[in-house]
Design a protein around this ligand. Sequence first.
Ligand SMILES: NC(=O)c1ccc[n+]([C@@H]2O[C@H](COP(=O)([O-])OP(=O)(O)OC[C@H]3O[C@@H](n4cnc5c(N)ncnc54)[C@H](OP(=O)(O)O)[C@@H]3O)[C@@H](O)[C@H]2O)c1
Length: 270
Amino acid sequence: MELMTLKNKRILLTGASGGIGKAIAALLDQQGAILSLVGRQADSLNSILESLSPTAHQIVVADINSAADREMLTGHCAKSAIDMLINCAGVLELQYFDQQDPQTIDNIINTNLLSPMQLCRQLIPVLKAREHAVIVNIGSIFGSIGHPGFTTYCASKFGLRGFTEALQRELAGSSIQVSYLAPRATITALNSATITAMNRALGNTMDDPELVAQALLMLLRKNQCQRYMGWPERLFVKVNALLPNVVAKALIKNLPTINQSINQQNKSEG
Ligand SMILES: NC(=O)c1ccc[n+]([C@@H]2O[C@H](COP(=O)([O-])OP(=O)(O)OC[C@H]3O[C@@H](n4cnc5c(N)ncnc54)[C@H](OP(=O)(O)O)[C@@H]3O)[C@@H](O)[C@H]2O)c1
């Protein structure tokens, strides 16, 4: 199999100001890629830009949930002749589903699923013009395992995984490769102090974001359709697909700890 080179590849990276996005930007910069860094805050994007080598990287301030901003991003991508879209922006909340604010539900589904889908739709014509183009959607282990306390997040990532798989098959034979990367828990601002403490109490390992960037690089270099991170998480994904009751039993045993974390969080938030 031919290994993909990233030198001079033009890449649109959403979520570039986040923990994982920043690590991905640094690694792709080292590989000689030319990045368009997308986020909502110019200051944080500029500080990332300054940390990269002084090449043709740019920042693009955009809210991916805004149709006007997506239109602007599409124009930017056509003008810059981008080769790759990495949908990395994401949001999460630990909460009982019946206590989750309806606007938070909308925001999670929009940011993690609908807006990445819309971006793919708008950028496919741009990407089809390239000899070899790539879309990578950053999912999660929670895109394969329904986890209490993260119902809406799981729904968004299950959706993103299904969308990615279907699009991958739909575009087979075209110049666009579509891939899915599923990290496990990672040390970034996405996880509140409560979630981090809960992960510790449950014995869930949290990766450094640099490890996710390395996994993305491997996926790209090997032209992989999908990559799941972490052990035993990768095994749980397979067991959950074949024997969901086994995983359900293990997760239900964790309910007291999960409930305690949510209750503590809700109490401290008043
Ligand atoms: N950390 C984990 O444990 C973990 C595990 C598995 C998968 N993931 C996935 O990895 C991806 C990156 O997560 P992370 O841990 O790096 O999170 P993070 O540090 O909280 O960063 C989130 C990023 O998403 C951007 N974003 C959120 N809403 C946006 C919007 N409406 N428009 C544009 N950008 C928006 C944020 O930019 P602003 O500057 O605009 O806020 C930020 O750059 C997500 O898809 C997440 O689901 C994370």
